[in-house]
Design a binder for this molecule. Structure first.
Ligand SMILES: [Zn+2]
Length: 143
C-alpha cells in the first residue's frame, strides 16, 4: 500500500476498542495506516483479526502480514438509526462485508460513498479513522 489515507477528523471519535496484549498491536498498526492479517507459517493461511493461535490449524505464534488494502464489496446494509452518539453523526452509514484481495472477509464500514452508489462487487480500498493515539477504525472507500 503506497498511500495511507485517513478520514473522520471533524467527527466525534468512534467508540475505542478495548486494548489487550493480544489486540494492541493490531489497533496500533491501524493507527499507523496498516491493516494486519494473521499469517500462519505452519499451514500458510491468513486470518483476521490477528490472533495468537491459528484458527485453522491451532498452531501458536502467528506472524502478521500487512494487507494490500484492496478489497471488493461482497454485501452491505445502510444503517439509518443508532444509539451511539459518534455513529449518529455518521448516519446514514454503510455496514459493509468486504473481501480483501488476500481472500479474507471482514465486516467494516464503507465511507466516502453515498448509500445509493454502493454496489456489490465494487472495488474498494482501505482507509483509517483515528480513534485514539493507539487505535484507528479500519474502513473502506470506493477505489
Ligand atoms: Zn495455521
Amino acid at each position: 500500500m503506497s498511500e495511507k489515507k485517513t478520514t473522520g477528523a471533524a467527527l466525534t471519535p468512534r467508540p475505542a476498542p478495548r486494548l489487550t496484549s493480544q489486540t494492541a498491536g493490531y489497533w496500533k498498526a491501524a493507527r499507523e495506516g496498516w491493516l494486519l492479517l494473521g499469517d500462519c507459517a505452519a499451514c500458510g493461511k491468513l486470518s483476521h483479526p490477528p490472533q495468537t493461535v491459528c484458527p485453522f490449524c491451532w498452531t501458536a505464534g502467528l506472524g502478521n502480514r500487512k494487507a494490500s488494502g484492496k478489497a471488493t464489496l461482497n454485501s452491505f446494509t445502510v444503517v439509518h438509526q443508532s444509539g451511539v452518539p459518534a455513529l449518529r453523526e455518521r448516519l446514514p452509514y454503510i455496514v459493509a462485508y468486504v473481501e480483501l484481495e488476500e481472500g479474507i472477509c471482514l465486516l467494516s464500514n464503507l465511507v466516502n460513498c453515498p448509500p445509493a452508489e454502493a454496489r456489490i462487487g465494487m472495488a474498494l480500498r482501505v482507509l483509517f479513522e483515528a480513534i485514539t493515539d493507539e487505535s484507528a477504525a479500519v474502513l473502506f472507500e470506493p477505489a
